[in-house]
Design a protein around this ligand. Structure first.
Ligand code: SF4
Ligand code: SF4
Length: 84
């Protein structure tokens, strides 16, 4: 599932649009308060926008295949991944 922005929490900083490698968001500082999820089908669930959003305004629902790799089935929280 593509990212969903909580409009109430969003600060309008535009960081998510800057960090997204696939230009999923459309954001123009002069006219937009909240970025638009313009190309949701391009999201590859890298999680960069979620991690860099200081307002914690972005929710990203991972596809099942990703959850099997990155989410602990017992707690439904992200697994501790080894640092490489
Ligand atoms: S990084 Fe977060 S606070 Fe900043 S524009 Fe994106 S959703 Fe809003
Ligand atoms: S998860 Fe990655 S690819 Fe998807 S919108 Fe966020 S930064 Fe872009």
């Amino acid at each position: 599932m593509p990212p969903v922005i909580d409009r109430e929490k969003c600060l309008g900083c535009g960081v998510c649009a800057d960090v997204c490698p696939l230009q999923v968001f459309s954001y123009h500082r002069d006219k937009d308060k909240v970025p638009e999820v313009k190309r949701p089908y391009e999201c590859w669930h890298c999680n960069a926008c979620v991690l860099d959003c200081r307002a914690h305004a972005i929710e990203l629902r991972l596809p099942l295949t990703h959850m099997l790799l990155y989410v602990d089935a017992d707690t439904l929280k992200p697994k501790d991944l080894p640092v490489r």
